[in-house]
Design a protein around this ligand. Sequence first.
Ligand SMILES: Cc1cc2nc3c(=O)[nH]c(=O)nc-3n(C[C@H](O)[C@H](O)[C@H](O)COP(=O)(O)OP(=O)(O)OC[C@H]3O[C@@H](n4cnc5c(N)ncnc54)[C@H](O)[C@@H]3O)c2cc1C
Length: 345
Amino acid sequence: MHTQTLIIGGGLSGLSLAYRLQQADHDYHLLDARRRLGGRIKSLIVGDVAVDLGPSWIWPGQERIAALLPELGLHAFEQHAQGTQLYEQASGEVMQNAGFMSMAGALRIGGGTSALTDALAARLDPSRMTMNAQAAHISDAPSATLADGRTITADRIVLALPPRVAADLTYAPVLPQIATLKSIPTWMGAHAKFVAVYGTPFWRDAGLSGDASSRRGPMVEIHDASPEDGTFGALFGFVGLPAHVRAQVGDQVQHAALTQLTNIFGAAASKPLTSHLEDWSAAAFTSTAADATPPTGHPPYQMPAPLSRVWNDKLIFTSTEMAPDNGGLIEGALAAAEHTARKIL
Ligand SMILES: Cc1cc2nc3c(=O)[nH]c(=O)nc-3n(C[C@H](O)[C@H](O)[C@H](O)COP(=O)(O)OP(=O)(O)OC[C@H]3O[C@@H](n4cnc5c(N)ncnc54)[C@H](O)[C@@H]3O)c2cc1C
């Protein structure tokens, strides 16, 4: 098979690039190693409600996502943050309105963040997408050889992959930029999110916002993750245990997280309809072993000069970590795709 632009990676960067290329009648094909699209954007589906397991928030002032949502028939709503915030001390004692910053002012996407990648994918020609197709080797022909041996040739190849995941592919000729790729952390690749879904957002009736911070753990930061119409209740928390500890203790994290929610929000929290731990550090095609240790802050992501023109632009790196602005974020994934679309078109 031959295509003009082969996009490897069907996360938000790859999907939004494909969407822009399709709008311009440009010939493309998109591959993803997984059996699903969306990459770091993923939901727990409960009935017809989607609870975010990856990103939840966008922010006012992010112009690309603000423009794309209505274009796709989607909308944003405000993160629920009204009410009392709670703080769990190391001793387990729960205090009100102490030591915490809420996410008031952040926005969420109606229908869950995966509504965004689902809507993009729904607009793409299905014959131009192949899932369960893991790229393993890239040559400057250019061509991509998949793990199952299939080869696709293209005029150019776009790697819409986290840079460290891209560094795990093999290249001919050997890429001198591998060390540069390996030096770029996968944003949020070290993290794990626990979500618990309830029949109602019962904490709101008690005047609580659903926000909590904790020095006890296992979750360090908890927020309301309920759908916009409140037809279900959902809480999510970022797990504070390092990735290697989570790997050692396994299911105990989930039990401890439920015990913690019960301590903070009361007995009603002990019996969720369902709960789920999404450990992104264990997610092949997102994180590598090096991502188990998170960066100390938000890295100043931008396209490193050695990666900006590879094989005379027959190989282009496009992921949120390569964005000209908002690197690491949803807006960054759109920015990276926009930059690459301009380059190609
Ligand atoms: C827990 C968590 C919370 C977050 N919170 C926020 C937030 O609140 N707000 C925000 O703006 N951002 C947040 N982010 C970041 C946001 O998710 C990312 O910026 C965005 O989803 C990145 O999209 P991407 O397409 O660049 O990369 P990815 O989503 O990583 O997509 C890469 C794709 O490449 C595929 N792939 C990998 N290897 C291969 C291969 N060899 N062959 C073929 N395909 C391959 C993968 O399956 C994947 O689909 C969060 C991320 C996580 C994990």
